[in-house]
Design a protein around this ligand. Structure first.
Ligand SMILES: Nc1ncnc2c1ncn2[C@@H]1O[C@H](COP(=O)(O)OP(=O)(O)OP(=O)(O)O)[C@@H](O)[C@H]1O
Ligand SMILES: [Mg+2]
Length: 347
């Protein structure tokens, strides 16, 4: 997508030193987000989605080793002073978490907390902030916002709490909103309503959105650009159509095959066997090789780079031509995967 990048991530690496060695949670992630663009990041649990976004917010523990670059409107955030990051957080870069109860304080009313979020980054009076808090609750579709502003977080339903979080995220007109599994805890109809609210407000506040989820079904129809992450790296990147209709990396194919809504009626649902590799001691080669049904010898020695497979479409696999030639790539997962020496695919 065209437009000046607002946020540019280049070769981001994050390692967590532990007693057993370094957990390589993010291993060279690069992407950029332009104004009003919606970028989706998908991948299984533990692939580094949250750590990537925490790095952008400057919220990683002090022990984390961060490499590479994160630029917000040209300003380098990696290694930036805590104070500079705090000034950006909640104003220019806002975050919506999976569980709003952990982000809200149970002992204060929702209206008060919204007002405080506003006042932290502006010189609004208390009264003006309360008024704006009620407007924001109205904007995110909370009925009777005056009454609701006086209530505590536990008096809100899950969907309403998440709307209140969205209100908080947009309160200071951010340039970027990072939504990390914003609807995972909600039931499906409420999920759709909350995401619609988020997208509607994106244009109102002119923000870019990074939508993180493990559910490919959630992002279809919502995002401009989609990144598939596996074992700390982006393994495929493209438009929603590229990913859904022209997947080139077997892991993406596997994700699609385990997705009910994308399976399109008669297709069989096939979960990917096995689990992601440990990020503590990664073996050489492609990290998906142990689970990949079309694995070949070279996959066990060299980790493939992301390479162009079409306009704006990248995939990290040596067999992208083979996948492209398949009439129905999802069928590759129907056959039992080859057993490779040291394979973790048989769990
Ligand atoms: N403070 C930490 N110390 C050590 N390892 C960590 C720490 N934080 C995260 N990790 C590890 O980094 C990896 C990536 O974690 P991350 O939370 O980014 O996954 P995720 O893709 O967001 O998963 P989920 O879908 O479950 O939220 C995991 O293996 C996790 O165990
Ligand atoms: Mg996460």
């Amino acid at each position: 997508m065209s437009g000046e990048p607002i946020l540019e991530v280049k070769d981001l690496t994050v390692g967590f030193p532990t007693d057993d060695g370094v957990v390589h949670a993010v291993r060279g992630v690069s992407y950029s987000v332009a104004a009003r663009e919606v970028v989706g990041i998908v991948g299984e649990s533990g692939c580094g989605k949250s750590v990537t976004s925490m790095a952008m917010m400057g919220l990683l523990p002090r022990t984390a080793r961060i490499g590479g670059s994160i630029r917000f409107r040209g300003q380098e955030l990696v290694g930036a002073p805590k104070k500079a990051l705090r000034a950006l957080r909640g104003s220019k870069i806002a975050m919506i978490f999976q569980d709003p109860m952990t982000a809200m304080n149970p002992v204060y009313t929702v209206g008060w907390q919204l007002g405080e979020a506003l006042r932290a980054h502006s010189d609004l009076s208390g009264r003006a902030a309360s008024k704006r808090a009620i407007e924001l609750l109205d904007l995110v579709g909370i009925p009777q916002p005056e009454r609701r502003a006086e209530q505590y977080p536990h008096e809100f339903s899950g969907g309403m709490r998440q709307r209140a979080m969205i209100a908080m995220a947009i309160s200071n007109n951010p340039d970027v909103i990072i939504a990390d599994e914003p609807t995972t805890a909600l039931d499906v109809t409420v999920q759709a309503q909350v995401l619609e609210t988020l997208l509607r407000l994106k244009d109102e506040v002119n923000a870019a959105i990074i939508l993180i989820t493990h559910d490919l079904g959630v992002v279809a129809g919502m995002v401009d650009d989609l990144k598939v992450m596996y074992a700390g790296r982006i393994v495929e990147s493209g438009t929603v159509d590229d990913i859904f209709y022209r997947p080139r990396m077997p892991y993406t194919v596997g994700l699609l095959g385990s997705l009910p809504s994308a399976a399109g009626g008669t297709d069989r649902l096939t979960p990917i066997k096995g689990s992601p590799p440990s990020l503590l001691r990664l073996k050489p080669g492609c990290p998906f090789s142990a689970r990949c049904p079309i694995v070949r010898d070279e996959c066990l020695s060299v980790e493939p780079e992301l390479a162009g497979v079409g306009p704006g479409h990248l995939a990290a696999c040596v067999a992208t031509d083979e996948v492209a030639a398949m009439a129905n790539p999802k069928d590759m997962f129907h056959a039992p995967p080859l057993v490779v020496a040291g394979s973790e695919a048989d769990t």
